[in-house]
Design a protein around this ligand. Structure first.
Ligand SMILES: Cc1cc2nc3c(=O)[nH]c(=O)nc-3n(C[C@H](O)[C@H](O)[C@H](O)COP(=O)(O)OP(=O)(O)OC[C@H]3O[C@@H](n4cnc5c(N)ncnc54)[C@H](O)[C@@H]3O)c2cc1C
Length: 374
């Protein structure tokens, strides 16, 4: 029977980033149930790179990841992974204070944000409703991620280093025999020393299939729609538009405008679809904050953002089985943190010291330990 050092369950950004970092030193197989990598959360994201909108630990992981994305390894990709976009933060009447506080916090963190009058905000996004916007500022530190190039880069590099990436292969169950995992998958059985759980919204299900206690990771549905803008608007040149309390956001997406009502509805792990009400909210926010009249929705979708109880990722050996490794709970930041989390997980599995930058950024792997939950 074929044996691997490590079997990774899940061929999204988490599983493939780990395969990239692990394959040079370990024999690796990645099982992906769907026929294509990235079919679930990874292929449904808003592709945003932010250095500031998450918990301090996550922002530190983002800073480490930013260096990788700006300067990926030789031969990893042939296109830039990040494109500067910038973000216009807006607030309506009554939210002027919130805008001022957020701007001051960014400046205190050493970020050169640009305070804007309403007129200046309208110059950047001409279709904003003049009566809606009461305060605004521009933050240049936002980028679009080329998610497909990143995912394919991880996959190519892992394959080159000898990893086997198997699609249409569902982990059905695994149990330990003579100190090894015997893994049953829909494409056959094999053995492995370590099973890694990188199965996104299914993380607790996969743990249970391996006889490991769940970590309490709950998928939350998030919706996005895209609409066409009038032909005289240069969509590609627009910034992101973020509501100051993150009630909604809009951003350019492949020639259209993406709008999300920033919904966060707990759900069962599934091929989630957009719900009518959430789509209606997205349209409502677009029409409320802008002069646009939305006649037709070009596309709509939903995906899962999976959170642990404290909304930090869950990385490390299971407390009830050291041969079962969690790489889950990446919430709404799994793409942008994938270089740092892939490296962190790989070095923990191979028991190698982390690159110095992790200590400089104050990353303590214990903060992400599956054992932190009671
Ligand atoms: C609308 C939306 C917007 C987002 N925006 C951003 C953003 O701007 N920036 C950002 O960084 N993040 C964003 N995210 C979050 C990001 O998409 C996720 O954090 C990330 O994709 C999680 O990656 P993953 O590999 O863990 O999960 P997935 O991509 O879901 O991969 C898990 C894989 O495991 C497979 N699997 C499950 N069970 C099994 C099994 N038993 N056997 C084999 N395979 C199995 C699944 O088929 C799936 O392909 C967004 C998410 C959504 C939904």
């Amino acid at each position: 029977m074929q044996h691997y050092d490590v079997a990774i369950v899940g061929g999204g950004i988490a599983g493939l980033s780990l395969a990239h970092f692990l394959a040079p030193s370990r024999t690796v197989v990645v099982l992906e149930r769907e026929t294509a990598h990235g079919y679930h959360s990874t292929g449904r994201s808003a592709a945003e790179f932010t250095l500031r909108d998450n918990a301090p630990e996550v922002n530190a992981l983002a800073r480490i990841s930013h260096a990788f994305m700006e300067n990926p390894p030789e031969g990893f990709v042939s296109v830039p992974l990040l494109t500067a976009r910038g973000s216009l933060w807006i607030g309506t009447v009554g939210k002027e204070e919130a805008i001022a506080r957020a701007r001051q916090a960014a400046e205190a963190a050493g970020v050169a944000v640009v305070p804007l009058t309403v007129e200046e905000a309208l110059l950047r996004v001409p279709f904003l409703d003049r009566d809606y916007v009461a305060a605004a500022y521009f933050d240049p530190n936002y980028w679009d991620i080329d998610v497909d190039a990143l995912l394919q880069g991880y996959a190519r590099s892992a394959r080159r280093a000898g990893a086997e990436l198997v699609t249409g292969a569902e982990l059905l169950g695994a149990r330990q025999e003579d100190g090894r995992w015997k893994v049953e998958s829909s494409t056959g059985a094999f053995t492995a020393d370590i099973v890694v759980n990188a199965s996104g919204g299914w993380a607790d299900t996969v743990a249970q299939r391996c006889g490991v206690a769940p970590a309490g990771i709950v998928p939350h549905r998030r919706t996005a729609i895209t609409v066409d803008l009038p032909a005289d608007i240069n969509v590609a040149a627009l910034p992101e538009i973020n509501e100051i309390d993150e009630i909604y956001y809009f951003k350019p997406d492949a020639g259209r405008l993406l709008a999300s009502p920033a919904d966060e509805t707990p759900c069962e792990p599934a091929d989630v679809q957009s719900e009518e009400l959430d789509v209606a909210y997205a349209v409502h926010y677009l029409e409320e904050a802008t002069d646009l009249k939305i006649g037709r929705i070009a596309s709509s979708w939903a995906g899962m953002r999976s959170f642990s109880a404290d909304r930090l990722p869950v990385i490390g050996p299971a407390k009830d089985n050291p041969a079962f490794f969690w790489l889950a709970g990446q919430g709404g930041y799994g793409i942008l943190t994938s270089p740092a989390l892939g490296q962190l997980a790989a070095n923990m599995i191979t028991e190698q010291p982390l690159p110095e930058v992790f200590a400089r950024e104050g990353i303590e792997p214990a903060a992400f330990s599956p054992g932190r939950f009671g």
